[in-house]
Design a protein around this ligand. Structure first.
Ligand code: HEC
Length: 215
């Protein structure tokens, strides 16, 4: 016997042990009495490889069941969720502490470089501000944003605040802080500041009692 045929017989033995397949040619031994129009049935045993998988799934299910239902303090999804949320919140707080300038709205400064103003202008159109304030900020549903009269206060901090928190209830100016990022709100406020004193085509009459000098 050369090495190759030894290998083959080893393989065959292995296959036999995991399948317990019945020897070909001796089917008569395990033939059942059933006869369906000439089609007969053999009484093969379940292959051990399959049975092993089946037993493993049963073992895993018992382990899983007992852990989930009787050890729920350790394996409850609720707990896991709460822990992860708490971790996430802690991470947010840590980030806020490490980057105060990103969250402190008391020291916002209007951006004046051309690129920022251009971006602010773009946002003013894409975020639909133009629908109520017009492209040249002359005002229609919303007030004229180019004059020095303000309903809610001029200057970059007040304007930023109005964009973030919205106008008076029922007036139509919603709070944008949940849909427009902080950076973008600063860009929008800066753009509005840059438009102070310009002459819109159809300016809406001044509204608001707060007079704010151009910055
Ligand atoms: C649905 C119409 C509408 C849209 C859209 C809208 N606004 Fe307004 N806006 C208003 C109204 C109405 C007011 C006046 C609010 C008040 O009287 O309390 C206002 C007020 C303002 C003010 C304050 C004006 C003042 O005199 O104090 C600013 C600044 C402003 N809007 C900016 C924006 C920006 C930026 C956007 C886009 C992100 C925007 N608005 C989108 C209707 C709108």
């Amino acid at each position: 016997m050369n090495k190759n045929s030894e290998n083959i017989s080893g393989w065959k033995k292995f296959m036999k042990s995991i399948t317990k397949a019945h020897e070909l040619g001796t089917e008569e031994d395990i033939m059942l009495d059933h006869d369906y129009d000439g089609i007969k049935e053999l009484d093969n045993v379940l292959p051990p490889w399959w049975l092993a998988g089946f037993y493993i799934t049963i073992a895993i299910s018992i382990f899983y069941y007992t852990q989930v239902f009787f050890n729920s303090e350790k394996y409850s999804q609720k707990e896991e969720f709460a822990t992860e949320v708490a971790e996430g919140k802690a991470a947010i707080e840590a980030y806020k502490e490490a980057n105060p300038q990103l969250f402190d709205d008391s020291n916002i400064v209007a951006l004046t470089d051309e690129e920022s103003i251009a971006k602010g202008k773009e946002l003013f159109a894409s975020k639909t501000c133009t629908a109520c304030h017009l492209v040249d900020l002359g005002g229609s549903i919303g007030p004229n944003l180019t004059d020095n009269h303000w309903v809610l206060g001029g200057g970059v901090k007040n304007i930023y605040n109005t964009i973030s928190k919205g106008g008076r209830p029922g007036k139509g100016m919603i709070a944008w802080e949940s849909t427009i990022s902080r950076d973008e709100r600063i860009l929008l406020a800066s753009y509005i500041i840059s438009m102070q004193g310009t002459a819109p085509a159809t300016p809406k009459a001044a509204e608001g009692d707060i007079i704010w000098p151009a910055e």
